[in-house]
Design a protein around this ligand. Sequence first.
Ligand code: PMV
Length: 332
Amino acid sequence: MTADRLSVTASAPGKIILFGEHAVVYARPAIAVPVWQVRAQVTIDPLPGNVEIDAADVARWYDLRDAPPDDPIATMVTRTCARLGVEPQGFAIHIRSTIPVARGLGSGAAVSVAVGRALAKFYATENTEREKSRSNSVSPVPSVAALSVEEISALAYEVEKLHHGTPSGIDNTVIAFEQPVYFVRDQPIESFRVARPFLIAIADTGVAAPTKIAVGDVRRAWQADRARYEALFDQIGAIARDARAAIERGDVGALGPLMNANQKLAREIGVSSPEIETLVDAALRAGARGAKLSGAGRGGNVIVLAEGENREKVERALMDAGAARVIVTKVE
Ligand code: PMV
């Protein structure tokens, strides 16, 4: 029964963590914002038969039934369908993303959220079409509930656990809610006011660094010396709290030193890398007021406070120092 379904498309943005990565896994606060310049897009087309997954960006086209149990896309499809109360069958799901993989920009979470949104739309479409056709029917067709933002975020969180065992939940939250978040693990999501918008340059080190490895290394280091790591996480958490207050009162100038202090602590917990340090150094030398890694570290992206007259000089310096690309995003 695929005739009454329609093709649908949904998407989700990328994200950066402004403050507090890693410490957020240990229940300290962190701040993340969506990045609109990059997106994951999912199209679902009705197709008789089983579910086909077309993940062209990673050169894979496969049948849902052949997917390994830890396949993130297949898991999101089956869990979302289970939540919707439908059997996954009769469609092809096409995934395209401009979010670079393993660079701290939330590519995995964005794909999950876009898949969840697309499936909710696909079955809602079916439902609407069915409603029309059953106007004279005596036996009501069970309705397919739409998914709330919270539900999509929770489903994506389950998939995040496949990417790395102990995710904080910040990626799926900021991407599903599409707004700046002040995130504390296992607590209700808090948004906050950006009193004065500001620009952040996002510079790619060109090094893909899987979150799982950095998060696992930090966990082992924490297990070996809890007192030291708890103290470092406390300091990172305090920076995230101060940064939120600064953003809420429009004190963009205060953010630079806070980014630098966060970077120093990231270095101490062991998640920086020579490539990150080169870009941070280049940005600060060119006059930027603050720069740090964003996300799991060890590679991925560096973020730079790109305010003021030095902005173009900073962008050039980042490219000259070896950045694979630089995106400028507005936090508002
Ligand atoms: O997915 P990434 O690279 O942005 O890393 C997520 C941030 C961490 O704090 C390192 C892990 C987590 O689950 O919060």
